[in-house]
Design a protein around this ligand. Structure first.
Ligand SMILES: C[S@@+](CC[C@H](N)C(=O)[O-])C[C@H]1O[C@@H](n2cnc3c(N)ncnc32)[C@H](O)[C@@H]1O
Length: 246
């Protein structure tokens, strides 16, 4: 490890213990969530519903893992799919897996979104399946496509209720290869004021964080990568970067 790397690790460890820094970040998270900040961005032309910090964290994971398959639940406008496709393309250009693809599942792929994704220059790396991510037939199709892949990265970002995310974890987390991650987005719901959930079925007490914590109780092959939380400070996935350790 270089001196520069060591300094980063020291800073991240210090961040985790810095109550002032964390409470400032928490306040900014609450204010930005209320302002619907995650809807402000696009990636290579497609709207992406993410915080920039999480996008950078994902870029670091793509480079470190060099996945040959990315499984994403929750497509929406396709920004995260095109982001993944772009990372796979860059990895390939740098000597990484040449046939890598991102497989997106969404219960409702709107025609205008599907058309725009299919017309995108990076669509050659994108496969889309329409259906509920917890429908056994959809799970079967995803597992079939994952078979034989060497390095699989999983991202869960669809329906954010506890039961749904727990079912997604049961279905897809086992496809995560050792050393890779199952990223559970929107764990932040646990920490945000319930009123911000509006009429959504998820809220504090019933959300991706509660599902991830329940899953981890019986799946010690995954650990929360707190180092990423300490790095980002601003993230919709605190405690949601689950690293497969065995
Ligand atoms: C938060 S958006 C996804 C955002 C996207 N990952 C991005 O970063 O731009 C959630 C998506 O999940 C989809 N969804 C909701 N319930 C679902 C289910 N049961 N199975 C699959 N997708 C679902 C919705 O249709 C919506 O497009």
């Amino acid at each position: 490890m270089t001196t520069f790397d060591r300094e980063i690790e020291d800073r991240l460890a210090a961040n985790g213990k810095n109550a002032d820094l964390r409470s400032s970040a928490d306040a900014l998270m609450k204010a930005t969530l209320a302002a619907r900040y995650s809807y402000n961005f696009s990636w290579l032309g497609r709207p992406i519903i993410q915080y920039p910090q999480d996008i950078v964290a994902m870029q670091e994971l793509f480079w470190a893992i060099q996945p040959d398959l990315v499984i994403e639940t929750g497509i929406a406008h396709g920004g995260s799919l095109i982001f993944s496709a772009s990372m796979l393309e860059l990895n390939a250009a740098c000597g990484g897996p040449r046939d890598a693809e991102v497989l997106g599942v969404d219960i409702d792929i709107r025609a205008h979104n599907r058309n725009a994704i299919e017309a995108h220059p990076l669509s050659k790396r994108v496969v889309m399946i329409q259906g509920s991510s917890v429908d056994p037939e959809i799970v079967r199709q995803v597992r079939e496509r994952a078979s034989g892949r060497q390095r699989v990265l999983v991202c869960l970002d669809s329906n954010h209720t506890h039961d749904h995310v727990l079912a997604e974890l049961e279905a897809y987390a086992p496809l995560t290869t050792v050393g890779s991650y199952c990223v559970v987005f929107d764990t932040i719901v646990e920490d945000m004021p319930g009123a911000l959930c509006g009429d959504r079925p998820w809220r504090p007490g019933d959300n991706p964080k509660t599902a991830a914590l329940q899953y981890l109780k019986t799946h010690s092959e995954f650990v929360i990568d707190e180092r990423i939380d300490h790095k980002l400070l601003l993230s919709v996935a605190p405690g949601g970067y689950l690293r497969r350790v065995r």
